[in-house]
Design a protein around this ligand. Structure first.
Ligand SMILES: Nc1ncnc2c1ncn2[C@@H]1O[C@H](COP(=O)(O)OP(=O)(O)OP(=O)(O)O)[C@@H](O)[C@H]1O
Length: 263
């Protein structure tokens, strides 16, 4: 279970960041007060364009960042006060965290398993199953630098799940993947859901939100513009297609962006 209440995250900008972004203020509100819950056996999506605040939200849920205001509970533990308990129970995947290219998948997964205090035999059994699922068996002893982008992403997912966590937090899990690899990842997320895991993902791809997520929130400029099941969001916005609904919501927030809204 994930419960996000009144989450606000404000970044302090350096002078350089202010110059680069042409910002007048030295603070940036990345997330402006959002609430949502994710239940076990559910895939929840944060759907939004670049800069909407998806990554920031997931970083707060995963304890990587502390909220400026608001609280987050994961499996009943507060992400700020009980960060260690939260980290034990989550898989966190984000594009920014890279596996070291000098090592092999076998070495890497063993290393991460041991960080979670798993025994050698537990690691072997779990790694074998994950490598099989993601088609990594034949590449276990290949240097990560020599793996394809898709294989690296699948390895990152396998490594993040070595300790069989209750909660899965994946930032853009299918980003940059070909259609076959993306399907392997989304199918695996569905199997985790069937196992009763609590899953939250971010995406800017409408079809991922439509097909994979039980519920999702459309996040724009750090605020939730709509949330619910696909049917609920479409009804709330008064559209029959998610892309149209998304643009309708976008236009409500950015009236000057009229031209991008379909008639
Ligand atoms: N460390 C930081 N310092 C200052 N501003 C930041 C920092 N990280 C993110 N931001 C800003 O906060 C806002 C939200 O960024 P965030 O990365 O959460 O969005 P996102 O929805 O994940 O977008 P993307 O899909 O591009 O990753 C953006 O305006 C971004 O420039």
């Amino acid at each position: 279970m994930i419960k996000v209440s009144g989450l606000i995250k404000i970044y302090k900008l350096t002078k350089r960041q202010m110059r680069q972004r042409k910002e007048k203020e030295n603070v940036k509100t990345a997330v402006g007060g959002i609430d949502f819950e994710v239940k076990p056996g559910e895939i929840f999506g944060l759907l939004g364009p670049n800069g909407a605040g998806k990554t920031t939200t997931l970083r707060c849920v995963s304890t990587l960042l502390s909220p400026t205001e608001g609280t987050i509970q994961v499996c009943g533990f507060d992400t700020v006060e009980q960060g260690v308990e939260v980290r034990r129970r989550i898989a966190f995947l984000t594009n920014e965290l890279k596996l070291d290219g000098h090592f092999t998948p076998r070495y890497t997964i063993r290393y991460f398993g041991s960080l979670y205090g798993m025994s050698t035999s537990e690691i072997e059994i779990r790694a074998e199953a994950l490598f099989k699922t993601f088609g990594i068996e034949g590449f276990q002893d290949t240097k990560i630098d020599d793996l394809s982008t898709g294989m690296k992403q699948k390895l990152s997912i396998a490594v993040s799940l070595i300790h069989d966590p209750e909660v899965v937090i994946f930032d853009e899990p299918t980003n940059g993947l070909d259609i076959v690899t993306a399907r392997t990842v989304t199918d695996y997320l569905l199997s985790l859901k069937a196992q009763g895991k609590t899953i939250i993902i971010s995406t800017h791809i409408m079809s991922v939100a439509e097909k994979l997520c039980d519920r999702f929130a459309v996040i724009l400029n750090g605020e939730i513009a709509a949330q619910g099941t696909l049917e609920e969001v479409l009804e709330e916005v008064g559209e029959s297609d998610l892309e149209d609904a998304f643009f309708r919501l976008y236009q409500r927030q950015n009236p000057e962006a009229k031209e991008v809204v379909r008639a």
